[in-house]
Structure formats: structure tokens, C-alpha cells
Design a protein around this ligand. Structure first.
Ligand SMILES: [Zn+2]
Length: 154
């Protein structure tokens, strides 16, 4: 991907709120945050979903924990899962409820696909990324190598 124009503003989707940053400050923050050694030493582990089926619904008990470990908005993860499972989902204070019966195995496969699409940098394959919004488009911005790639929005 081409380098970004430095003066453009990005909006970071993180937690429940959106924060505006300049690209330059995002990179500075990224570089200051972690020494390179730490990045190499800590192997990224995909968090696992804990779920069960109740009647015709599937309950994910740790959706917020999984989203938090992935450094993503739980609402983003919910929208992704709803779309992938082609069903309606509700984010409750501590859990997520989806219409239909889905196995934990299938849900964890979807989480892996989510990580590949929305977490792992397409260039350097590190997980130190942010989803940023610019002019209605969403991008995966890598804090490790500075690469930027467009991602789906929903
Ligand atoms: Zn990268």
C-alpha cells in the first residue's frame, strides 16, 4: 500500500467510543507504546469464545472479553458475527445472544476468520493494528509497520 498523506485525520474505533487522531500521532504513539523486543516475544493468541445453545438461541458468554483481548469494539464483532451467521444478534450487558443454534467450534472458526480479516496486518502479519475511518472508508492500520489496507464495513 502507498504511504498515507500525513495530514489526514483518522478516527479510531476502539472500545465504545471513537477517537480522532492524526496519522502521525497514531504512529508516534505506536512506536512509543511497545519496545520492538516485546512485540517479538509475545506471541499473539486468538481468544476463544465460550458459548452454549439454549432453545433456539446461542449465547456467547464472553463476547466483551474476546473483543477486549482483540482491542476491538464489541459492537463491531457483533455485526461481523451477525453477518457471517446470517442471523440477528443482541449485545447484552455481559453476553451476546444470537438467534439459531451454532456450535462453539463454528463460532471459534468465525473468530479466527475475523482475526485474519480485521486484526492481522496483511503486510507484516503482526496483530498490532487499528481500524480507522477516513471519508466513510474503513482501513486496517498497522502500528508495527505503518501499512494500511481497506477493510469491509458493516
Ligand atoms: Zn504491519
Amino acid at each position: 500500500m502507498a504511504q498515507l498523506k500525513r495530514d489526514k485525520k483518522y478516527t479510531e474505533l476502539k472500545g465504545e467510543k471513537m477517537t480522532e487522531y492524526k496519522y502521525e500521532s497514531l504512529l508516534e504513539r505506536a512506536q512509543a507504546k511497545l519496545p520492538k523486543k516485546t512485540l517479538e516475544d509475545v506471541r499473539f493468541k486468538i481468544p476463544e469464545i465460550t458459548s452454549f445453545v439454549e432453545g433456539n438461541q446461542t449465547i456467547i458468554q464472553n463476547i466483551r472479553e474476546v473483543a477486549s483481548k482483540l482491542n476491538r469494539d464489541p459492537k463491531h464483532l457483533m455485526k461481523y458475527l451477525s453477518k457471517e451467521l446470517a442471523t440477528a444478534g443482541n449485545l447484552e450487558p455481559t453476553r451476546a445472544v444470537f438467534q439459531g443454534k451454532f456450535s462453539s467450534h463454528l463460532l471459534n472458526d468465525r473468530i479466527k476468520a475475523y482475526v485474519n480479516e480485521f486484526i492481522i496486518c496483511h503486510e507484516c502479519h503482526k496483530p498490532d493494528t487499528l481500524i480507522v475511518k477516513q471519508e466513510r472508508m474503513y482501513y486496517l492500520l498497522c502500528e508495527a509497520c505503518g501499512a494500511r489496507a481497506p477493510v469491509r464495513s458493516f
